[in-house]
Every structure is written in structure tokens, then in C-alpha cells.
Design a protein around this ligand. Structure first.
Ligand code: HSE
Length: 400
């Protein structure tokens, strides 16, 4: 019998217990052994909950129980998750996590601890919710030199952007709806400011390069400046607005960034709406592959955690390895990237703008505004020009 403990009985943690219970027979068959949840660690009480008897408040009850071989860490944050995960791995217990904060901050160290203790640290649910992407990156795409990853990696913001585009809804209402549906992080700042997507692309970039890409070094812009008018302009340009996380190999250096982009209707990520995420990966031999599914929500994320549990159960007593060292990946300056930019300025700066961006394409705008799409130029060249322009209302990058 495989005995599992769950750290954190929140949205994802309770989903993990449900997936293991509801699909118990088929999971057991696939593992070749029976499986059950023995403990659930949480500081709270859950009177009347069907798993009330499994709740413990002291992590040592779990760490000291030799019967527990696999732990699902769904606590979030790093303050408690880091020491608890480290101690579990040191005791030879495998840990399966949905915690991208912890993976992005301590991934290589925890992978090394797992290796030294013949157990595993798996993190399928840390990127893309229910989408299988970590295991494919580590196994199916292992022969590939990955040239580029473009991801819609945050379910909350994709849900919000879809609603704003389809219904002209305002930002605060759609944020509240996303929170009510359980997609948003407790602190919505992590979603709407792009920090969550940034951590996820840092994890994918690390797997892409085999070295550590520090999330703090990734240029990140969120969706908070977008308004209903931006979506009207996007519709005129036959484009949608998506929060993209991009990692690209530039002559051996990694260029990564997170920002809202306008993408064309024919772009493979254009049809990715609502809480869905997608990761579009280009390898040097396989060419383009795309992974699609629900990027947030209780059961999709819990299913990804349990997929790791199955993998650990099939590999008891041995380490599932990842090529991710703590050596820092060399980074390219994202300002060297070339692209076009959609720009909105106040009408009074029109002449100045026309002179500065001579090749720009004018977009029919609203009264009092002048809007245009620039010719392709580097981020640096664009920045140098735009700082000199007065009365800029908004800028959105364009991904071809
Ligand atoms: N808040 C995250 C999202 C949850 O919306 O994508 C899944 O990581």
C-alpha cells in the first residue's frame, strides 16, 4: 500500500485527496499497488469534513512516519513549504508539488536533495495547471534543442482578458469573477502583475537551458494598464490581447519576458481563451509542438499533482532526474528583440509622433487620441524614441 500525505488542505490539496479517492481503483491498477491518503497537514480544523480524521497539525507526525512515502505539497509560498519539503526529501520521501514559487526559488537545490536521498521532487502542476508540460519537457523533448517557448501561463489573466475582449467588461468585475471561481491567487497581484507567469516561464526556461534562470531577472509587465479601449483597437487590427511569457534562445543566451501582446487571428495561441493555458514550444528537430489545457482550477491542477504521485509510486526507491543545475543561465538583453509596437497617445502629440515614427501605420482612433503601429524595431530603439514623446496613453507589443 502506497501511503500519501498532503501538505495544505486548500483548493488544490482538497482536489488531490478527491482525485486519489475518486479514481482510486484505476490509479491503483496503473501503479500496481493500492494507494491512500493517510494524513492531511493543515493549521485549520475541518469539523464535519469527510477527511476530518486525517487532519494533523504537526508536520513531524508525517515526517516521522515511515509508512508515508509520497507527499503532495500544495501549501504555496516558501516560508513553511521550503523547510517541510527539504526535511521530507532528506527522509527519502518523494514530494510532488504545485508550488511554482518554491520550484522557481529552490528548484535545483531540492532536486539535488531528492537525488542524494533516492527519492524524487516532481513539479508537473507548477506550470500550466492540468497541462502535461514538465514531464514532456524532461522526457519527450529531451533530444531537442529548444529554440523558443511562448506560453499563455496564467489562467486568471487569460480568463479576464477573454471576458474583457468578448463582453467589454471592466477590469475590477472580471477580477472578482476570476477570484470567485478559485482561479486567482490569494493575492491577485501575483496574477495580474504577471509575477505568476514570470515564475512559470523561469521554470520552463531552466528546463530549456538546463541551468537556472532567476525569475527576478525576467522583465515582467502585467495586465493592469489594459482598458476596454485597448480591446476595441485590437479588434480593429483583427488581433487579440494575450499575456505572453516568452523564452527564446539567442545565440546561446536566453531572452525571456512576460508582457501583454497583440497577436493575430492566425497565431496558434489566438484560440486559447478563458482559463485555458497553452505552451507553444519550438525544438530544432521536432519543430513546433503545442500543449493545451486548463491552466488553473482545483481538479485540473490536482490531477497534475497526482500524475506525479503515480510517477513516484512507479519509481519507488529511485530518483527521477532532471537536467537543471544551479549554474546561472547566460541571459540576453530583451531590449535587443525586434518587434512592432501598438501605441496610443493624446491627439496633441500627433505631429511629434508622425515625425518620430515615420514608417508607422495610423489606426483610426477615438476622439482626442492618435493611435499607430510602428515598423519593426528593437525594444531599445523604441524606448529611446518613446521617452521623448509626450502624452503616451498605452503601449502594447505585437507578436507576429
Ligand atoms: N493563479 C494561477 C493561474 C493558478 O491563474 O494560473 C495556477 O497556477
Amino acid at each position: 500500500m502506497i501511503k500519501v500525505a498532503v501538505f495544505g488542505y486548500g483548493t488544490v490539496g482538497s482536489g488531490v485527496v478527491d482525485v486519489i479517492d475518486d479514481n482510486n481503483e484505476l490509479i491503483s491498477k496503473r501503479i500496481g499497488d493500492d494507494i491512500c491518503v493517510k494524513y492531511i497537514l493543515d493549521i485549520r480544523e475541518f469539523p464535519g469534513d469527510r477527511n476530518e480524521s486525517k487532519i494533523v497539525h504537526d508536520v513531524n507526525v508525517i515526517l516521522d512516519d515511515p509508512e508515508v512515502s509520497i507527499i503532495c505539497e500544495t501549501m504555496g509560498g516558501t516560508k513553511f513549504a521550503y523547510p517541510y519539503t527539504k526535511s521530507a526529501l532528506e527522509k527519502g520521501k518523494s514530494v510532488c508539488t504545485s508550488n511554482k514559487e518554491l520550484v522557481a526559488a529552490y528548484g535545483p537545490e531540492l532536486l539535488e536533495t531528492a537525488k542524494s536521498n533516492n527519492c524524487s521532487y516532481l513539479f508537473e502542476a507548477s506550470v500550466g495547471g492540468g497541462i502535461p508540460i514538465i514531464r514532456p519537457m524532461n522526457t519527450s523533448l529531451a533530444p531537442e534543442h529548444i529554440e523558443k517557448i511562448i506560453g499563455i501561463l496564467n489562467g486568471t489573466t487569460n480568463y479576464m482578458l477573454t471576458k474583457m475582449a468578448r463582453e467589454g467588461s471592466n477590469y475590477d468585475d472580471v477580477l472578482k469573477e476570476a477570484q470567485d471561481k478559485g482561479y486567482a491567487e490569494r493575492n491577485p497581484e501575483a496574477d495580474v502583475e504577471g509575477y505568476d507567469a514570470c515564475r512559470k516561464i523561469a521554470i520552463l526556461s531552466s528546463l530549456m537551458t538546463g541551468k537556472t534562470v532567476n525569475y527576478e531577472n525576467i522583465y515582467t509587465e502585467g495586465i493592469t494598464k489594459l482598458t476596454a479601449l485597448d480591446f476595441e483597437y485590437a479588434a480593429k487590427l483583427d488581433r487579440s490581447i494575450k499575456l505572453l511569457a516568452i523564452a527564446e534562445d539567442k545565440d546561446g543566451k536566453l531572452a525571456a519576458m512576460v508582457a501583454p501582446f497583440m497577436i493575430g487571428r492566425e497565431h496558434p495561441l489566438n484560440g486559447v481563451n478563458d482559463v485555458f493555458n497553452a505552451i507553444y514550444v519550438t525544438g530544432n528537430k521536432v519543430d513546433d509542438v503545442m500543449f493545451y489545457g486548463k491552466g488553473a482550477g482545483m481538479l485540473p491542477t490536482a490531477s497534475a499533482v497526482v500524475s506525479d504521485v503515480v510517477e513516484c509510486a512507479r519509481n519507488m526507491g529511485r530518483n527521477i532526474s532532471f537536467a537543471w543545475s544551479d549554474e546561472k543561465a547566460p541571459l540576453a538583453d530583451f531590449k535587443d528583440n525586434e518587434r512592432s509596437f501598438f501605441v496610443r497617445i493624446k491627439q496633441n502629440a500627433k505631429d511629434e509622433a508622425k515625425e518620430m515614427f515615420a514608417d508607422a501605420k495610423e489606426i483610426e482612433g477615438v476622439s482626442g487620441e492618435y493611435a499607430f503601429v510602428t515598423a519593426k524595431m528593437s525594444e531599445r530603439e523604441f524606448d529611446d524614441k518613446i521617452v521623448k514623446l509626450s502624452d503616451v496613453i498605452n503601449i502594447i507589443r505585437i507578436e507576429e
